[in-house]
Structure formats: structure tokens, C-alpha cells
Design a protein around this ligand. Structure first.
Ligand code: ZN
Length: 157
């Protein structure tokens, strides 16, 4: 970890881990989903408030390692204001990025760029992806009209 860029990445991840954004539970969420990553012990709950096809508020309460908590924090920062289509596309880009596939050149990762280093550790990719997998599942449930209280456990693969 002596490389300056790795130190910067570590600082960004630790900042999100120590003071995660978007942890305040929503008073009236439109959809929720839960995710768990048994290989690390990470657990989280996603809540979304959706107005006119846009995510107006996002909250994730996460319990787990620094990577999973930081990824959740970063997600809530970027996803608010996105349409459901934009959020799904963004999530797919994150998935591709984490699996070393190509993403659009103009795709702005923001702080999420700091998670790129995790790609070297396949087990930790699940930690980084958990928030995104659970959020994409929440959007699918919302679109399929599944009851918001039918929270299911999902496991990243
Ligand atoms: Zn983890």
C-alpha cells in the first residue's frame, strides 16, 4: 500500500466507512430489499423512495466490512435523482467495472473509482457489489409491483 494512488483510494474508502452517507432510514420508502454476503458476513438493507420514475431518496443501513459499508455509502450519494433506467444502467456499469469488463469511456465513477483496487481480490468484489445487487433487486421488485414488505434475502454470486 505504498503507492500514492492506493493510499488515496484507501483514504476515500475509509472516509465512507467511518462516516457513511445515506444511512438515515426513510420514513416512507416505496420499496426495500435486503442483501447478505455470507462469505464475508456483510448484511444490508436498501430503501428507495421513488417519485415520477426517479429515485428521490435512497438509504442503506449496512453492517459489515469497510468495503461493503463504503460501497453502500457511495451508492446512496450517486443514485439519488437518477431515473430507474439510469440507476439500472449505472449499476450494470459498476458490475462490469468490478468484473474487469469494459465500461463507457465517459462513465463518471466519482468516489466509486476508489473501489477499482478491489478487483484484484475476487472475494472482496462481492462486498463491493452487495449494495448494487440489492438496489437492482429493489428496482426490479418495484417494477414488478411486489409488496414492499416482502423483503427477501439475496446472496451475491
Ligand atoms: Zn465484506
Amino acid at each position: 500500500m505504498s503507492h500514492p494512488l492506493e493510499a488515496l483510494y484507501r483514504d476515500i474508502i475509509l472516509d465512507h466507512y467511518r462516516s457513511p452517507r445515506g444511512v438515515e432510514p426513510l420514513a416512507s420508502a416505496d420499496v426495500c430489499s435486503r442483501g447478505s454476503n455470507p462469505s464475508c458476513g456483510d448484511e444490508l438493507q436498501v430503501q428507495l423512495k421513488i417519485d415520477d420514475g426517479k429515485i428521490s431518496q435512497a438509504s442503506i443501513s449496512a453492517r459489515g466490512c469497510a468495503i461493503s459499508v463504503a460501497s453502500s455509502s457511495m451508492l446512496t450519494e450517486v443514485i439519488e435523482g437518477m431515473t430507474l433506467d439510469e440507476a439500472v444502467e449505472f449499476g450494470e456499469n459498476i458490475r462490469n467495472m468490478m468484473h474487469g469488463k469494459e465500461i463507457p469511456e465517459d462513465f463518471d465513477l466519482g468516489d466509486i473509482d476508489a473501489l477499482k483496487g478491489v478487483r484484484k481480490f475476487p472475494v472482496r468484489v462481492k462486498c463491493a457489489m452487495l449494495a448494487w445487487v440489492a438496489t437492482l433487486e429493489a428496482i426490479r421488485k418495484y417494477r414488478d409491483g411486489e409488496a414492499t414488505d416482502s423483503k427477501i434475502e439475496i446472496t451475491t454470486e
